[in-house]
Design a binder for this molecule. Structure first.
Ligand code: TRP
Length: 457
């Protein structure tokens, strides 16, 4: 029961609206929390260099492919694959994407909930007494051990996500992105300037920007590849869904390029803001995932004006997570609206609630369910691993194979040309390069990431 053409599909109100919404999806916990610490652990500038290459040879090409599939079909991932192939197998690949979106939303919202909770803690001044990371780590554990705190903020964050998606593409997602993305950039610049003006900031810059090639192992390259993928929200149809609200006269390669630049710059600026402050306050940069919730509160408590900067930082992190979460929920909603004929409002309430409920075991993994394991991982780590390390690379692999080999290049190019006629006429080499990358490089490299994820490589 799919409502072909019967209901008028929503569209973005402007090109900028699409770019900000898509950049909002891309810029998330991955940029502000994960990128700085993996860059720090894997050779600083040398890793960043490898990462930029990965973004160029698989990130950008797959992003273009996803947006193109969405715009061409004007459908959610399941409908998009079906319309282009008429095959149950490929429709199921779209279904896998919808499922991945749902699963990612459920645990992503748990961490985003902590971030929201930390805005409140920062306002309460809870960090002011921390002088050691041990103390702030204990404080973090005491919060995440508190079921009411952790499930409560999961609910608050999911509620915010639902509220935005409830109002639809233009009035909800686009409007929220147009407010939140500029705010995010302003806060980030303030934090970067604060970091750079601290005495000792140069050591942080050196840590992040001085290339150490000895760290760039094959493993580090695979991490860079995997992250290039995750940070651009690829592999599960989020960008396809956002692309499905585009009109034919938008220039896809151009828009994709701008999204990639925004995502990359924001990750780099976040890295600079964080590491200048961490080094200036003589804290350990190499703590991995604990960097944000353990180390930074101590950094803020030691820093002049840290009270305000802490509040700003967690607002920044929450905004970044929120604009990503809305794109995850939108994939699920688009599927039920397009394919199952649901009303948007009902779909948002139903599936937002279901995602919240599925998120509860992830939240409880930090307390009462910490001993419950699947393949040796707690529930949170398991769903994170399943989605980020298996479903996303698998989805990305299949999307690039689909566009290059199943849908076929000639048809893809005809559709890509709409809105990009000048690029086709004047710089066809860019298009030709895209073709080679999506046809050969992307599938092979993503396959290697997948093998690495499941421990074969
Ligand atoms: N790109 C997001 C980040 O960097 C995370 C993410 C991965 C995502 N896949 C996604 C977000 C799909 C939305 C949709 O944090």
């Amino acid at each position: 029961m799919h409502s072909d053409k019967s209901v008028k599909r929503e569209h973005w109100g402007s090109k900028l609206g699409f770019i900000l919404a898509a950049a909002g999806s891309a810029v998330g916990l991955g940029n502000i929390w994960k990128f700085p610490y993996i860059a720090g652990e894997n050779g600083g500038a040398a890793f960043i260099f490898v990462y930029l290459i990965c973004i160029a040879i698989i990130g950008l090409p797959v992003l273009i492919a996803e947006v193109l599939m969405g715009r061409t079909t004007q459908r959610n991932p399941v409908g998009a694959f079906r319309k282009l192939s008429n095959s149950p197998f490929w429709s199921a690949v779209g279904g896998l994407g919808v499922l991945a979106g749902f699963v990612i939303l459920s645990f992503y919202a748990v961490v985003a909930g902590w971030s929201f909770g930390y805005i409140v803690e920062a306002i309460k001044g809870s960090f002011s007494s921390f002088t050691k990371v041990g103390a702030s780590g204990d404080y973090f554990s005491s919060l995440t051990n508190n079921i009411v705190w952790i499930v409560g903020y999961l609910a608050v964050f999911m509620g915010l996500t639902m509220l935005i998606v409830y109002f639809g593409v233009q009035k909800g997602i686009e409007r929220a992105s147009k407010i939140m993305m500029p705010l995010l950039i302003i806060i980030l610049l303030i934090l970067m300037i604060r970091g750079l003006t601290l005495p000792g900031a140069d050591k942080g810059l050196e840590f992040l920007l001085k290339p150490d090639w000895s760290h760039v192992t094959p493993q580090a390259i695979l991490i860079a590849l995997g992250h290039a993928f995750f940070t651009l929200s690829l592999g599960m149809g989020a960008m396809m869904t956002y692309g499905s609200y585009m009109s034919k006269d938008d220039n896809i390669p151009n828009a994709a390029f701008q999204i990639v630049i925004l995502d990359t710059l924001i990750a780099l600026i976040a890295g600079i803001a964080i590491f200048t402050a961490v080094f200036a306050m003589s804290e350990n940069p190499a703590v991995g995932p604990g960097l944000i919730f353990h180390t930074l509160p101590v950094v803020f408590s030691k820093m002049a004006g840290g009270y305000i900067f802490a509040i700003l930082f967690f607002i920044l992190l929450t905004i970044a997570a929120l604009t990503s979460a809305i794109s995850l929920l939108e994939v699920v909603i688009a599927y039920f609206v397009d394919e199952r004929g649901w009303q948007r409002h009902n779909a948002v309430i139903t599936f937002g609630l279901v995602a919240f409920i599925v998120g509860i075991p992830s939240a409880l993994s930090f307390n009462v369910m910490s001993d419950f394991t699947i393949f040796g991982l707690n529930f949170f780590d398991f769903v994170d691993f399943l989605a980020s390390n298996i479903l996303l690379p698998l989805g990305g692999l299949l999307i690039s194979i689909f566009v290059a080999w199943v849908w076929g290049f000639d048809k893809a190019l005809i559709n890509l040309k709409y809105g990009a006629e000048r690029l086709f006429d004047n710089h066809f080499w860019i298009i030709a390069t895209w073709k080679v990358f999506i046809k050969y490089f992307a599938p092979v490299l993503i396959f290697l990431v997948l093998l690495n994820s499941i421990g074969i490589l």
